[in-house]
Design a protein around this ligand. Structure first.
Ligand code: ATP
Ligand code: MG
Length: 259
């Protein structure tokens, strides 16, 4: 079997006296959606920032294609094909879909000695890439701010894919969305996985995770509680692990039902 695209082993991250991560491990295979679940403060954001080169781990190893690497900054992670779509999406609402898609990487066209943004080419590619993810734009000139939340997620995802992501990290992409838009984003994740890209899907929502996940890693208080494959764990067990197990059982009995 080939090596994982990326593997993080026993990552620890200390911020002065605060231990945000105390031993988290996770690997991502090509074409797999690996869900990372954990309650508030569990360490999810700190972990993906380590994976994307924003934080350097205090201890632990990062391997890309089986070889140990050091990410000194996010550019190193991007060069290794690790792309992160953060919750705020880093988009400018008043700018067009095309401009947002190409931000910082504009294709140029020459008119005599002058280089200009090749708007036509950029727009056509944007529409085509979005269509591959199941979103059929009326116009790539419309402002990103006029798209739905799910469509905006898809712009960010298709942009990362187009620019060569091998591992795509999605930080809570469905947390602010309604049912239909969530379904759109989940099917986008499925389309990305089918291209052979490895997806790390961070979520609080057990049902969203179970809908697309191939493997599930639960972290609690900065530690991995375990990793399970699809079919090995159900919603109740995942929910229970996320809440740290015992705490949830106690809460359920005091509320007299299922949380
Ligand atoms: N820069 C920092 N300095 C000090 N402590 C930090 C820093 N970043 C994170 N922490 C601490 O690390 C712990 C984990 O935080 P993190 O943001 O990774 O959790 P999370 O799982 O993403 O939570 P949420 O679901 O609320 O986004 C928290 O206790 C947090 O206060
Ligand atoms: Mg977070």
């Amino acid at each position: 079997m080939s090596a994982p695209l990326i593997e993080l082993q026993e990552i620890e991250k200390h911020f002065g006296p605060v231990i945000a991560l105390a031993g988290v491990s996770l690997s991502v295979m090509a074409g797999e959606c690996h869900c990372l679940l954990g309650d508030n403060g569990a360490g999810k954001s700190t972990f993906i920032k380590t994976m994307s080169g924003v934080h350097k781990p205090s201890y632990g190893r990062i391997l890309v294609d089986g070889k140990e690497v050091t990410f000194n900054d996010p550019r190193d992670a991007m060069a290794a094909g690790v792309a992160t779509v953060y919750q705020d999406l880093a988009m400018i609402p008043l700018m067009s879909v095309t401009r947002n898609f190409w931000m910082g990487r504009e294709p140029e066209r020459r008119i005599g000695p002058i280089k200009v943004f090749d708007h036509k080419k950029a727009g056509a590619i944007t529409v085509e890439e979005m269509a591959k993810m199941g979103i059929h734009l009326r116009s790539a000139d419309q402002a990103v701010g006029t798209l739905s939340g799910g469509e905006r997620q898809t712009v960010a995802i298709s942009r990362a894919v187009y620019f060569g992501a091998r591992v795509l990290i999605l930080d809570e992409p469905t947390s602010a969305l309604g049912v239909r838009q969530t379904a759109n984003v989940l099917s986008t994740i499925d389309a990305v996985r089918k291209k052979g890209i490895g997806v790390v899907f961070i979520t609080h929502n057990v049902r969203h995770a179970l809908a697309v996940g191939d493997r599930f890693t639960v972290i609690n208080h900065g530690k991995t509680l375990g990793t399970a494959k699809r079919g090995e764990i159900n919603a109740e067990q995942l929910q229970d692990l996320m809440a740290g197990g015992r705490e949830l059982v106690e809460l359920e009995s005091s509320l007299g039902g299922t949380v």
